[in-house]
Design a protein around this ligand. Structure first.
Ligand code: FMN
Length: 392
């Protein structure tokens, strides 16, 4: 990111998580309800493990905000891990209990996790030293910081939503959803499915996977609505917004593929069916009757909804285990089981919303500049007026 920068810290069973977000302007009203709501949304979803029942995530603001307004200084957020009380003697930064540490030692790496590669890289013999930071618990800090990006975008009428498009094979050939489809997603439904008709079948598949000690992945679509034209740039490879969004989405744990708009189906057909016609209305608006490009052409937003689908692999911790090796005996041994989700797709959608919000807020600030909301608003109005007048 260019203007905004997010750093997170903390281990999954350590004392808690920290997020530091720099680059927010001064004078932005903080919506504490939105912050709490997004953290709760990340914890929701059928197929999650017991950890989500233990944690009730709340973010404490420890810097960058005064009297409900940002100061332009680094935003500092702290999220306590409730589970830490049971892990203090194992994960504490000072004295730990060697016997307890040994009982929770991870010594047969789980395929699909960072355990093996991280153990080799950081030369750790207890692979918990890798697992604890590689865990998707870290995304709690991202969602908390992303809520502030969402607050900034909301000031300019930009909204972001998501939903589960497919789970395992169910819904795998569903069409790319529209903003109107995402408006129908029921946040309280078990899987936040876009097609509610598919949800009972999806729930049954999760139950089956759970019974069999197996796991599931799938796809979530995120849409940003109300995005103005001109965010990102075609002029340099690392300024292209599609690339910046893809990096942010692929950084989410277990996401293995990203699609912009109808990128996958477009690649399978003719060009005449892959692009979006350009039309001009009588009142001087540029419109596109379709949005196969997902709101991005040449790495620049074109004023249509930004549409991104993230494809998540099945969770790598299987109760029935996968073939691995014991680090002590160097003999074949089934991978160890750690308390785990069967699927985390509904949460992945909320995390993807946070990442899209952070990248779009970054691009918006990059385009508009300014240290205070007052400055940014006047730049926004000037830019909008110039865009309306173009090409005159
Ligand atoms: C919200 C969320 C929850 C997750 N929960 C688990 C889990 O309970 N067990 C697990 O093995 N992996 C879980 N994962 C996936 C792993 O964190 C991820 O596969 C692992 O860190 C390896 O990274 P990679 O898959 O991106 O290569 C979760 C991912 C997300 C986004």
């Amino acid at each position: 990111m260019r203007r905004l920068h997010l750093t997170t810290g903390g281990e999954s069973h350590g004392p808690g998580l920290t997020a530091i977000l720099t680059g927010l302007p001064a004078g932005m009203r903080v919506d504490f309800d939105l912050l709490a709501r997004d953290l709760a949304r990340r914890q929701h979803g059928f197929g999650r493990g017991r950890r989500m029942q233990i944690e009730k995530d709340t973010a404490e603001v420890r810097g960058g905000v005064r009297g409900g307004e940002t100061l332009g200084s680094p935003l500092v957020l702290w999220i306590q891990n409730r589970d830490y009380v049971s892990w203090e003697k194992i994960m504490g930064p000072e004295a730990t209990d060697p016997h307890l540490v040994e009982t929770r030692r991870l010594k047969s790496p789980r395929p699909g996790h960072t355990d093996l590669a991280g153990g080799i890289k950081y030369q750790r013999h207890d692979l918990r030293d890798i697992l604890e930071r590689a865990s998707a618990r870290e995304t709690t800090a991202r969602v908390a910081a992303g809520a502030f990006a969402r607050m900034l975008l909301a000031e300019f009428g930009i909204e972001i939503k998501s939903g589960v498009r497919s789970l395992g094979p169910i819904g795998a050939d569903a069409p790319v959803p529209t903003w109107e489809d995402l408006l129908q997603v029921d946040e309280t439904s078990p899987l936040r499915a876009i097609d509610r008709g598919l949800e009972p079948e999806m729930v049954r598949l999760v139950e089956q996977a759970k019974e069999e000690g197996d796991t599931l992945g799938g796809a979530v679509t995120v849409i940003a609505h109300g995005v103005p034209p001109g965010l990102g740039s075609h002029v340099q490879w690392d300024e292209k917004l599609d690339g910046r969004l893809a990096q942010a989405i692929l950084s989410i744990h277990a996401v293995k593929a990203v699609e912009i708009g109808a990128g996958v189906t477009a690649s399978q057909g003719f060009g005449s069916a892959a692009h979006d016609a350009i039309e001009r209305t009588e009142d001087g608006r540029w419109v596109r009757p379709t949005n196969r490009a997902g709101g991005l052409e040449g790495g620049v937003t074109n004023g249509e909804d930004v549409v991104i689908t993230a494809y998540k692999k099945p969770i790598a911790t299987l109760r029935k285990g996968l073939p691995s090796v014991d680090l002590d005996t160097l003999e074949a041994r089934t991978s160890q089981y750690e308390r785990s989700d069967v699927t985390a797709l509904p949460a992945a959608g909320v995390i993807a919303e946070a990442m899209v919000a952070l990248v779009l807020a970054d691009a918006l600030l990059e385009k508009l500049g300014g240290d205070s909301m007052r400055e940014i608003r006047s730049h926004w109005e000037a830019t909008a007026a110039q865009q309306r007048a173009w090409p005159g």
